[in-house]
Design a protein around this ligand. Structure first.
Ligand code: NAD
Ligand code: UDX
Length: 459
């Protein structure tokens, strides 16, 4: 059997690497139009930082895992074609700011129709609005030729970045949606079930109709994000009442109906999925004439935006209502630990707010590149004369970042931040030395004993 995947991003790369690793008899080719990305997948510096990924890729690459820019050949040769391209929020035309932009998906469908020479199973791996498979089928059918037959499946991906390899290796469930009502549809579903059954217990492989599968992905992300916005809203109430949000989260999480996960109050959720997928859900509800349902889910985003703004405002208010010219050390820029991804990271919004207030940012992140940080902050490393940006310094060393800083803000929960020598940091900061722990990961009592003024979320 031959599998190909269009899109070698955070999902396509790790997912296909795991299939190849677990199924040595299947040839897996991952194709992307971005040559630099493919070159990186074929090098020792993979484009995605993910614990455990290097080992999985190096075990399978060259054996039955290949990365290529020749998507047409990959399509021609494959029995199963996964589509794992981006589905960002639309920035233009109708639905701008909410609907998913499906142009990359449609281009893939047109390529598949054009370059296929035999029957194919086309798998939606990207996160898509419910009913997208209908459009896909229409494009495939309209461009079909005798001898070609396409089955469309939905197989959304539930991995989280930073734990992708564990999630793929031992998923809570695999979801496969297809045309349950036809013989050909049931056969296609069974073919994909057999691929996953190479390592996933069959009872964890769920099969549904296409629409339930497509919608479940958006709903899963909406429910997860809703928990974070709920606990973040309570963090604000805790700050007014001397309740401690981590204690509240622990207490409610012990109720087995609520459960302990995804209740960590924070500076706000980020990542490429939550905001985009909820906005997409909101758009769909509006489209299907359900404005009250749309408003209900939109509140999850509104609360998240408020939480991010609240954090930057807290920094400004605490530093005597001005950060103009003051150095603020930002520790962490990725949207969570153990990833180099910064898409929608809270750090980007907090950083921009502080730059608007004319602060000087000294930013340290163990995995995010300086270029990426400047890009996200909409700034350039140098001015027209080649002089370094005066408002932003990227520091490889967290101790350099905190030197002569008025405030230190934790934006990402990297484990390494917990073990820093805070006595040394305190010595080298201006006094009063302020810590703003946007992730509640530091030992606040210890910091206060050293002399820091500490502000945390929900305490
Ligand atoms: P990404 O931007 O990292 O990767 C998408 C890749 O597709 C890019 O490298 C791009 O060059 C490539 N591409 C675009 N058009 C192409 C074409 N015609 N042929 C071949 N390649 C093409 O995106 P991602 O994070 O991997 O997300 C992909 C999809 O998976 C999205 O729909 C996303 O919502 C979903 N998803 C993402 C995550 C996550 O944690 N990142 C988790 C679950 C689902
Ligand atoms: C999410 C979903 O978890 C995953 O199932 C889906 O496939 C893709 O979207 P991801 O965005 O990679 O995964 O990471 P996730 O662990 O969900 O974290 C998202 C954001 O929420 C991060 O900024 C994280 O710091 C934040 N978060 C998470 C909290 O603030 N509190 C929590 O309790 C959990």
């Amino acid at each position: 059997m031959k599998i190909c995947c269009l899109g070698a991003g955070y999902v396509g790369g790790p997912t296909m690497a795991m299939i190849a690793y677990k199924c040595p008899d299947i040839t897996v080719t991952v194709a992307d139009i971005n040559e630099a990305r493919i070159n990186a997948w074929n090098s020792d510096e993979l484009p995605v930082f993910e614990p455990g990924l290097d080992d999985v890729v190096s075990a399978a690459r060259g054996r039955n895992l290949f990365f290529t820019t020749d998507k047409n050949k990959a399509i021609k040769e494959a029995d199963i074609i996964f589509v794992s391209v981006g589905t960002p929020t639309k920035t233009y035309g109708s639905g701008a700011g909410k609907a998913a932009d499906l142009k990359y998906i449609e281009l893939c469908a047109r390529d598949i129709a054009e370059f296929s020479e035999g029957p194919k199973i086309v798998v939606e791996k990207s996160t898509l609005p419910v009913r997208t498979a209908e459009g896909l089928k229409t494009v495939l059918k309209a461009n079909s030729r005798p001898g070609l037959e396409f089955q469309v499946l939905s197989n959304p991906e539930f991995l989280a970045e930073g734990t992708a390899i564990d999630d793929l290796n031992d998923p809570d469930r695999v979801l496969i949606g297809g045309e349950e009502e036809t013989e050909a549809g049931r056969k296609a579903i069974a073919t994909l079930v057999d691929v996953y059954a190479n390592w996933v217990p069959r009872e964890r492989i769920l099969t549904t109709n296409l629409w339930s599968s497509e919608l479940s992905k958006l709903v899963a992300n909406a429910f997860l994000a809703q928990r974070i916005s709920s606990i973040n809203s309570i963090s604000a109430l805790c700050e007014r009442t001397e309740a401690n949000v981590d204690q509240v989260a622990y207490a409610i999480g012990q109720d087995s109906r609520i459960g302990p996960k995804f209740l960590k109050a924070s500076v706000g959720f980020g990542g490429s999925c939550f905001q985009k997928d909820i906005l997409n859900l909101v758009y769909l509800c509006e489209h299907f004439g359900l404005p009250d349902v749309a408003a209900y889910w939109e509140q999850v985003i509104i609360m998240n935006d408020w939480q991010k703004r609240r954090f930057s405002q807290k920094i400004v208010n605490t530093l005597f209502n001005t950060v103009n010219g003051k150095r603020i050390a930002m520790l962490g820029f990725a949207f969570k630990k153990d990833t180099n991804d910064t898409r929608e990271t809270a750090a980007m919004y907090v950083g921009r707010d502080l730059l608007d207030e004319q602060a000087v940012l000294a930013i340290h992140d163990p995995k995010v590149s300086p270029d990426q940080i400047f890009y996200d902050l909409k700034e350039k490393p140098t001015d027209a004369e080649g002089k370094p940006n005066k408002q932003i310094e990227i520091c490889e060393d967290p101790y350099v970042a905190t030197q002569k800083a008025h405030g230190l803000a934790i934006l990402t929960e990297w484990d390494s931040f917990k073990d820093l020598d805070f006595e040394k940091i305190y010595e080298n900061m201006y006094k009063p030395a302020f810590v703003f722990d946007g992730r509640n990961i530091l030992d606040h009592e210890k910091l206060r004993k050293i002399g820091f003024e500490v502000f945390a979320i929900g305490r």
